[in-house]
Design a protein around this ligand. Sequence first.
Ligand code: ATP
Length: 326
Amino acid sequence: MKRIAVIPGDGIGNEVMEAAMLILEKLDLPFTFEYYDAGDGALERYGKALPEETLEACRRSDAVLFGAAGETAADVIVRLRQELNTFANIRPAKAIKGIRCLYPGLDIVVVRENTECLYRGFEFEFDGVAEAVRVITRRASERIAKYAFELAKRERRKKVTALHKANVMKKTCGLFREVCRDVASEYPDIEFNDYYIDAACMYLVMDPFRFDVIVTTNMFGDIVSDLAAGLVGGLGLAPSANVGEKNAIFEPVHGAAFDIAGRGIANPTAMILTACMMLRHFGYLDEARKIEEAVERVIESGKTTPDLGGNLKTMEFANEVALLLD
Ligand code: ATP
C-alpha cells in the first residue's frame, strides 16, 4: 500500500485537486490518500504555512501530491522540496493532440535543479541594500546533470542542452557548465550542447524543436519551464514531478492563480497529468497511459475549460475524463 500525502493548498489548488482525486479514485490502486493542510490558509489558521504535522506526514509518505501554494509558496513548496531533498524537478512540455498551441508536436522536458541557486533563501537587507546569495555546488550540479542524461537514455531522447549564463556569472554558472560538459562525456550516445539562457529563450520561442531535454539551475529552470508550457498551450496543461532518492512530490507547474480561483473554471489537466506522473513513478504505466489518453480524447472532442477556449467547468471536464475510464 502506497501512502500518499495530499495537500490541495491555496486558490485553484483545491479545485484542481478535487478533479484529480475524482480520476485517481476511479482506479483500483493500492494507495491510501491522507489530506494535509499547508499554504496561505494554514498560515492564517495555525500561524505556520507548513505545519509540523504536514511536514512529518510528507516525510513518512511514499509521495506527496500537491495542488498550489499562494503567497507562502517559498515557505511551503520550496521548503518541502528542500526538506525532502527532491533534487530534480521534471517539467515536461508536450503538445497534447487537439490543442491549438504555438508548436503542435513539440515534446521537450525541462530538468531543473531543485535545491540550490538563488532559491536557497539566503537573502539579506540592511540600510537600503538587499542581497541574495547564489549557491551552486559541484555535487548538486553533477547529480542533476546525471539525472538529465539518465532521463534522456530511459525515454530514448537524443539530446541534452544545458542552460546557463557563464559569461557573466563566471563562478556559479561556470561551475555548472563545466560539470555538465564533464558528465556529457560519459554519455557519448547522447548529443550535448549548451546555450546562454538569454539566447535559449529566443530559440525556445522561434525554434523550440532544437531542444529535447533541457538541464538548468533552479531559477532559470523555473522561468524556462513556464515559457516551455506557454509553447504547448499554457500552464493549465503543464505537470511536474520533484524527485529525490527517497521522496517525491508531484505538483502542477502553475501556482494558486488567484485571478481565477473560486470560480470553478481552472483547467485540471495539469493536475491530472501530474497524478499520471505519480502513477508512472510507482510503475503503473498502463493506468497512467489510460488517463492520459482519456484526457486527450476529451480535449480532442473540443470539450475544454475557458483557458483553452471552451466553456467547461473544472469538475465538468474531470467528469468527462472519468466517464471514459469506466
Ligand atoms: P507561481 O509563481 O506560484 O507559479 P504564478 O504567479 O506564476 O504562480 P499562476 O498561479 O501559475 O501564477 O498563474 C499564472 C497565470 O496562468 C494566471 O493568469 C492564471 O489564471 C493562469 N493559470 C494558471 N494555472 C491555470 C489553470 N490550471 N487553468 C487556467 N489558467 C491557469
